[in-house]
Design a binder for this molecule. Sequence first.
Ligand code: ATP
Ligand code: MG
Length: 430
Amino acid sequence: MIQSLKGFRDILPGDVEVWQHMEMTARDLFEDFGFKEIRPPVMEKTELFKRSIGEETDIVGKEMYTFKSRGGKSITLRPEATASVVRSYIQHKMYAVEPVRKLYTIGPMFRSENPQQGRYRQFYQINAEVFGIASPLIDAQLIFMLMTFFSRLQVKDIGAHINSLGCKKCRPEFHKALSVLLSKVGDSLCDDCNKRSLKNPLRTLDCKVTSCRNALAEAPAIVDFLCEECTEHFDAVKRFLDRQGISFEVDKQLVRGLDYYTRTTFEIQTGLLGAQNAVAGGGRYDGLVKALGGPEQPAIGFAVGCDRLIEIMTLDKKAYMKNPSVFVAALGTQSMDMAYGWVCELNNIGIPTEMDYSGRSLKSQMKRADRMNAAYVLIVGEEEIKKGEAVLRDMNTKEQALIPLNSIVDNLQKALKIRNTKHETRNNIK
Ligand code: ATP
Ligand code: MG
């Protein structure tokens, strides 16, 4: 038997309905906030990720699925979406007509990581990116939208962590201070961090190795080095969040794994998933559009890790299962012929209807209807055809009614409506 690759999994019916609900919730909410969907390809030139994410990151250094195309070019399965969205923004000159763009995309990402709970090699993200707005209002609004998204999905035990990474102007001073510490504690750092110390010291703060964490526990905080503009920007974000009642924690060690972040950076963490505690991450990347060949345009975005989000949604998953409304139990060839027509017509008018295609006994068809959780079974056999009436059985109450075979689809629709209202009334009285 051929099995799926390690770290790659199937999302099966029974689970997929919750995924659909999560995606619909995101679409509804994001579109109300003015976001438009964009669907970039899942493969790009390797260079795009190297340039945007940075050579010294774990993603580019260790985690990318990179291949040679048949023509010998280096191509990569996208490890994240921002780079592609930025490329698209530049390639299609979206900045020219209306530089302010709010875009979202939903889809798979690929990273060759060690698979474990909450960490897959193909995983899914919902990304939102905003171009052309420098104001801290949008930073706060994005975090507000993200927290609203989580609350609509009834996610518990999450908290927003925010930090500022400064800008080109103030970060060098911070680098200097951090480098002083790094040169002192070099012996306690992992090999990666020793390399990072030279090439990209900020990233050492992101290291998960315990000895590095301990050695850097007293590291200087970027927020203490912010220039005036960056301080004002960060203060404004905090003020807006406060005003909207969004609680957050300023996490001075929070740096993102990617090179292009500036100023506001944030992560939504949960206490429910052990080490894989980040369910979303994002921040400003004011330098990236220019770095990839576009004009100077500020930008900010976030990525939600869907696989982890699904784990912490507390919704009743059963409520999202789509069961047939009607199961047509047809006995004998003539009934099956008729049933086939009804099923197609009912499906077509939005009443999920199933039938048994093999003409088994009534008992086994009823069993199947039960297994499928059908709300009603419409029984039709020789007897019913003779009488000109089919039997409609309510699988919940076990009540039965007769439905004339003439214009059965209309009659069935009416019967279902009456019964549904009856149910509702009954439920209300309860
Ligand atoms: P982590 O620190 O957990 O490795 P990251 O910093 O690499 O996360 P980002 O690049 O910020 O993650 O991606 C955004 C989100 O995507 C993460 O917060 C997480 O929820 C999710 N994510 C990242 N990598 C994986 C993975 N391999 N499997 C499942 N979800 C992932
Ligand atoms: Mg990672």
